[in-house]
Design a protein around this ligand. Structure first.
Ligand SMILES: NC(=O)c1ccc[n+]([C@@H]2O[C@H](COP(=O)([O-])OP(=O)(O)OC[C@H]3O[C@@H](n4cnc5c(N)ncnc54)[C@H](OP(=O)(O)O)[C@@H]3O)[C@@H](O)[C@H]2O)c1
Length: 297
């Protein structure tokens, strides 16, 4: 079976490639926008260079592919939707037999979250092609949310406009395992909610990070306007200020307050909890600091 993976140089796609490579009877094609250096991927993995904005390159990359693991694009929502349309059209034109696609548990045209709307429309485009599909609807990655937790690590204050919103943070590794299981199985023609093992409000998430990192971190809810001003002041591209504001509006609507056992049913494993991921990283940081100081002696 020939399985192609988009976003293969990224965190999630790269992990799916790793999980698939070396399996009996599976040839892996890593689709990436950048030419990768030799040895960047596992031995035997074929590389196809294709930008989501380049339909002919996408068609060439998908020629002869049985199953596509479709990792979603990023950036401004209208461009992202165009990218997704290109990937789906190329998969249909090349008669790919199964698309295992990444979406989000908030995939809803009525959501205030910009990417929830894109994911809803992308799922509809995929279904309309008639290609057999399986969809992994992921919750928010712990690794993504860590962007704010890491800042709070030094200030001691997690300031976000989440009000009393609750989130079932999921480890990105688990999302990769779920997509791998879907890609190597028969198309399910349905969606699967891939969440962490529990939900927590922001105070609970701050407490987990504080425990993992041995630092006091407290949550303080702030108004959306304050968040927007603070984010703009960091010099971040205005798109991300908008995208993150829209994300927290969806958190306030409790759109990520959901725990499902679909991950365990697909993989036979228990999902990682936030404290597992954050403590492992803290341990790895200590190990590398220890190695650096013993190297220096
Ligand atoms: N649920 C969540 O919490 C959450 C959070 C953030 C993102 N996401 C979604 O999850 C996806 C995977 O996350 P991740 O952590 O693996 O992100 P990541 O490490 O940034 O990887 C994204 C990959 O997409 C590729 N890409 C971006 N634009 C492209 C284009 N125009 N053409 C071809 N490839 C392109 C990038 O290629 P290059 O390596 O060449 O740049 C990168 O390899 C993201 O793309 C986004 O859709 C979900």
């Amino acid at each position: 079976m020939r399985i192609a993976v988009t976003g293969a140089a990224g965190g999630l796609g790269g992990r799916v490639v790793q999980l698939l490579s070396g399996r009996d009877g599976v040839d892996v094609v890593a689709i990436t926008r950048r030419r990768l250096s030799a040895g960047a991927l596992q031995p035997g993995v074929e590389v196809a260079v294709a930008d989501y904005a380049d339909p002919p390159a996408l068609r060439a990359a998908l020629r002869g592919v049985d199953t596509l693991v479709f990792v979603s694009s990023d950036g401004p929502d209208a461009r992202m939707l165009l990218h997704h349309r290109n990937v789906i059209a190329a998969a249909a034109a090349e008669r790919v037999g199964h698309v295992a696609a990444l979406s989000s548990i908030d995939a809803d045209a009525a959501s205030p979250f910009c990417y929830a709307v894109v994911n809803h429309l992308t799922e509809a485009l995929l279904r309309a092609t008639g290609i057999p599909y399986s969809i992994a609807r992921a919750s928010l990655y712990i690794e993504f949310f860590q962007h704010w937790l890491t800042r709070a690590r030094s200030s001691g204050l997690l300031q976000l406009p989440a009000a009393d919103g609750r989130i079932s943070l999921v480890a990105r590794d688990d999302v990769a395992r779920a997509l791998t299981a879907l890609a190597t199985g028969e198309p399910t023609c349905r969606h699967h909610d891939i969440t962490g093992p529990d939900v927590a409000g922001l105070a609970g998430i701050a407490a987990v990070a504080a425990q993992a990192w041995g630092r006091p971190i407290a949550y303080q809810g702030i108004p959306p306007e304050t968040f927007h001003t603070q984010t703009a002041a960091t010099g971040l591209d205005p798109w991300w200020g908008y995208a993150f504001s829209s994300l927290f509006a969806s958190v306030r609507e409790q759109r990520w307050d959901r725990v499902c056992d679909h991950y365990t049913r697909l993989t036979g494993r228990l999902p990682l909890a936030s404290h597992n991921v954050l403590s492992t990283q803290a341990g790895e940081r200590q190990d590398s600091a220890g190695r650096a100081s013993s190297d220096a002696q």
